[in-house]
Design a protein around this ligand. Sequence first.
Ligand code: CA
Length: 321
Amino acid sequence: MRPVVIAHRGASGYLPEHTFPAKALAHAMGADYLEQDVVATRDDELVVLHDIHLDSVTDVATRYPGRARADGRFYARDFDLSEVRQLQVHERTNADGSPVYPGRFASGAEPFRVHTFAEELGFVQSLQKAHGHSVGIYPEIKRPAWHRKEGVDVTPQFLRILGDFGYRAHSDPVYVQCFDAAELRRIRRKFNCRLKLIQLIGENSWRESATNYAVLRGRRGLERLAKTVDGIGPWVNRLYRLRRRDGQIRSTGLVERAHGAGLAVHPYTFRVDEIPEGFASFDALLTFCFDELSIDGVFTDFPDRILQFLRRNSGKHASNP
Ligand code: CA
């Protein structure tokens, strides 16, 4: 089976992340899955946003001055949906306002908006109907434990919305992803969810959740994970080791261990404008990951570039059924 191409926040290498235009472009490019990140507003509405903060991708600081918390950040949880809808979405910026990826879409004049999770699932259905070709979804529950501390349990509502749109069975074209291992166990056991689940694996230093990622990357950790989830989403930098002396790149064994445990491997994030250290080109990275490691899919900001590579090497990567 050909590896799956997951449009990370849409075709976010070309248009501002998580906007409908970015999702439509990814679908037109032929991505297999469109990704959604889900956070809650003050009135408990689920919206599609990568961060629990609004300030990196919207004009919240100028539209609602004085609404930041003590840390200077503007939290989606402190705004009602009607307020979030007023915000203008732009390309991701650093705290000083400079673009995170300087070569990308830079206008900032378009009325791009934040939308709800349900609106996005409706949009995906309309796109499929109009185009006649299907696309999967790949939603992530962001910071579930943090949300509970803020007084909202995101997961039941998230699963209810998926069910409303017909996503219920293991064979449905959906992967549910989360960094929090306890939440994924809860989803599988307490909520008896049949959907495919992906454990995201980060660095403990990122403080995404209470999960110990160093343990998950080991053989036993992966075997234990396989009782709950269908696959892992590791950071691409954890797939290889770079020998600085001669620049040689070797597998860390993570993909092999995961495959040994029966888990699919969908690493993140493949960006043409941010190639991991040690690879001479984007193609060199893809050649290593697909040909040597046999990964099962990728999160990418540039779905077209991955699909072009897979087509060029279609002898090696059998087409998806
Ligand atoms: Ca995500």
